[in-house]
Design a protein around this ligand. Structure first.
Ligand code: ADP
Length: 730
């Protein structure tokens, strides 16, 4: 028996090792209380063992037919179906480990069927495996543990095209440092040579002249440097955004099932922005402040080493405070960020649902929920800010201590004749230059971590599996035969949605997909479009496994008209021509006429140039559908998908849409899902799905005569239609 268990406690080898193929700890007892018990699966037995080692359950695999997961409140229960058909509850667990137990059920089923064990006990991580901190998102990157060096190296690759910019920048930073260091020296000299001696006016003017010159030069250098930084960072951020967006576009759809759109778009926006922010405001100052700090300390030591050592005593204190408090500080700010996110999500949701809120007069309830998040945000903010101001105050106190020490020790050295007034001035001016960069360094660590975590999330997307588009040069003109060969598929592999679908659609045939909600109709269509690929079995187009057809080529020949057609914000003409950019106006016109859209479009103030609004919101549902039909007609696909294309419109519009669809499907292999079964009368054949399996296939008449599943569906619908008073659909 071959065994493949990906990552997790279930990893065991049969040869020579302990015989547990799967070993999982559950956290619920049968009565719903928390408590530890383990599920142990061996080649021959399934067992449940209590925390004290007592055996709570045991059953030989050969008596087992299958296993399933029964959802319960707050968790679930693993149940075994015996060969006799009994259902036996085995072990209960909480939601935290539910995913593992669903894999375990799959594993038991595989063993029961004598199949090789192939399960994945990997679960989404909520905490960092290294430091156990809560991750910003499931399976996300831990900002504290990200390998900063490696990530920085990778970002620096984005710098390569602009390497001369970067070199110029470094050189200019060096100049700026010198500019910062010179004025205190001049001031000291002025005090010593001019103020104290009260003579030598020409010396005064020459010093002032040099100072002025340096100021002018310094300003010019600063402006040039900042402009360079803006250009460099802007370009790199632009390149990063483009790279992430490109990567996101080609990601497999299952990635989008797991992540919310907001989380994905934040990688394109805030993560790149974070990297940009650090490149603009962080990186250049790293060099500048580092050089300044070194320069200042050298100057101080040269002028009066003993005094320098004394007045620098508070420096390690500032560093220590920075190191000690920065981590809790950053966690607090991180929490504020999370509270902001929760606040935003709630605000967005309640504003989107404002009609429902008003309709149910739930303003007070919504306000209470709002206030809860608002207060959480307030409290987290107040805590973080108070903490920060305290730390900042302590740091400022150290700075003041340094200044007081400087005056005390300086005064003492002056009275002892070991320091001139001019030297004192330089010392205190240079000391003033120490603390700025120091405080900056205390913060930059955190800033740097966050930027690197952002960069890491960006790279994570870039490194993810992409859809294999195949060789785009290879063209495969499709005739239109689509053959499902024993296709099995589940969004989550442990939970198959399609269980062995097999049928063939001849070129030009219209197949109606019917079945109750959740039967797997949309999933079948998702597979035809190759948004997902079968876990087992294959889909063949004109006799060729569709995985061997270049993806772009395949999708170019498939057209979709969705129940809720998605239009992009632009003109009606742009939307019709979406699938065929550069289409002539005559072509657009012909498509729109065939889609019965021409007349309503002419009625719009700007005709074909009318803007459709965000997601097509300025058009009615029926209008959007006809625009999307026109789009499909112009696209001219060989295989057509109609997903509930005729719902929620008035009778007249529906007639027009039906006519348009009649024209659209001519000569194309069509797969149509319609809720109203009557609208599928024109279908060549109907494939009736039930719980992911084909229950029946045949023409409308055949299936009605058969009086099977389809007949029952029609009957139910007719009854419902009668109840709601619209009569049995024509
Ligand atoms: P139908 O179109 O017949 O109503 P679907 O194909 O949409 O059914 O759904 C079949 C099953 O797959 C349902 O149980 C549904 O919850 C599940 N499902 C559909 N889409 C997803 C998805 N993106 N991720 C996980 N499960 C899904």
């Amino acid at each position: 028996m071959s065994i493949r268990v990906e990552e997790g406690q279930g990893e065991r080898s049969l040869a020579g090792g302990p015989a547990h193929l799967i070993e999982l700890e559950a956290d619920f007892l049968d009565d719903g209380r928390f408590g530890r018990r383990s599920l142990e699966v061996e080649a021959e037995y399934v067992r449940v063992v209590e925390a004290n080692g007592a055996m709570a359950f045991q059953m030989p695999i050969q008596e087992i037919k299958g296993a399933r997961n029964e959802p319960l409140v707050g968790g679930g229960r693993l149940e075994i179906v015996t060969r006799k058909g009994d259902i036996i509850p085995v072990i209960s667990y909480s939601l935290t480990v539910a995913a593992k137990f669903s894999e375990a059920a799959r594993g038991i089923e595989q063993l029961a069927k004598g199949e090789p064990l192939s399960i994945n006990l990997k679960v989404e991580r909520l905490r960092c495996a290294k430091c156990n901190r809560l991750l910003p998102e499931k399976d996300g990157v831990c900002p504290a543990c990200v390998n900063r060096g490696k990530t920085l190296m990778r970002i620096s690759r984005f710098l390569l095209p602009y390497k001369w910019f970067a070199i110029a920048l470094a050189a200019l930073s060096l100049t700026t440092t010198l500019n910062n260091l010179v004025p205190p020296y001049i001031q000291g000299k002025l005090i010593g040579e001019v103020f104290e001696k009260k003579t030598h006016l020409p010396t005064l003017w020459s010093f002032i002249g040099v100072w002025f010159g340096i100021a002018v030069l310094g300003t010019a250098v600063n402006i040039t440097r900042d402009r360079l930084v803006a250009k460099l960072a802007g370009n790199i951020a632009g390149d990063l955004r483009a790279a992430v967006y490109r990567a996101v576009e080609f990601l497999q759809l299952n990635f989008f099932d797991k992540k919310q759109v907001g989380a994905i778009s934040s990688r394109v926006t805030s993560d790149t922005d974070r990297v940009w922010g650090f490149l603009v405001d962080g990186l250049p100052y790293l060099l500048l402040n580092g050089l300044t700090l070194i320069g200042v300390i050298v100057f101080l030591l040269v002028i009066q080493p003993i005094m320098a050592l004394i007045i620098l005593i508070p420096v390690p204190l500032v560093v220590a405070i920075g190191i000690k408090f920065w981590r809790p500080m950053s966690q607090m700010f991180h929490r504020v960020g999370q509270k902001w996110a929760r606040f935003h999500i709630h605000l967005n949701e309640s504003l989107h649902g404002i009609r429902v809120v008003k309709a149910f007069a739930k303003e007070d309830t919504e306000f209470a929920k709002f206030q809860q998040r608002n207060h959480e945000l307030r409290d987290a903010g107040v805590r973080a800010d108070s903490h920060w101001f305290t730390i900042f105050g302590a740091m400022m106190f150290c700075t003041t201590m340094g200044t007081i020490l400087c005056w005390a020790v300086g005064g003492y050295f002056i009275t002892q004749g070991r320091l001139s007034l001019s030297q004192f001035w330089m010392m205190q001016a240079y000391l003033g230059l120490v603390y700025g960069p120091l405080q900056w360094f205390a913060q930059v660590n955190n800033w740097f971590s966050r930027a690197m975590a952002g960069a890491d999330r960006i790279f994570e997307i870039m490194d993810m599996d992409k859809e294999s588009y195949g060789d785009p040069g290879k063209k495969f003109p499709i005739r239109g035969e689509v053959k499902f060969e024993n296709v099995r598929f589940g969004y989550d592999k442990s939970n198959p949605v399609l269980k062995g679908i097999a049928f063939t659609a001849a070129p030009g045939e219209m197949i109606g997909l019917v079945g109750k909600s959740g039967a797997g109709k949309s999933t079948t269509i998702n597979l035809i479009c190759r948004f997902y690929e079968p876990d087992a079995g294959s889909i063949k187009i004109d006799g060729i496994d569709y995985k061997d057809i270049a993806l772009q080529d395949l999708r170019n020949q498939i057209g979709i008209v969705l129940q809720e057609p998605f239009l992009f914000n632009g003109t009606i003409a742009d939307n019709i021509a979406y699938g065929k950019p550069g289409a002539s106006f005559d072509e657009i016109l012909a498509a729109s006429k065939a889609a019965n859209a021409h007349n309503f479009i002419l009625g719009k103030p700007d005709g074909y140039d009318s803007m459709v609004g965000e997601k097509g919101s300025k058009l009615s549902g029926g209008e959007r559908q006809r625009v999307s039909i026109a789009r499909a007609i112009l696209h001219d696909p060989r295989i057509l998908i109609l997903d509930e294309a005729t719902s929620s419109v008035d009778v007249e519009t529906e007639k027009q849409i039906q006519e348009a669809i009649g024209r659209l499907i001519k000569g194309r292999t069509t797969f149509a899902i319609a809720h109203r079964l009557s609208t599928l009368r024109n279908a060549s054949r109907l494939v009736v799905l039930e719980k992911g399996e084909i229950a029946e296939i045949g023409t409308h008449e055949e299936l009605m005569e058969k009086k099977g599943v389809f007949y029952k569906l029609v009957e139910t619908q007719t009854a419902i239609n009668e109840i709601i008073g619209i009569g049995a659909g024509g």
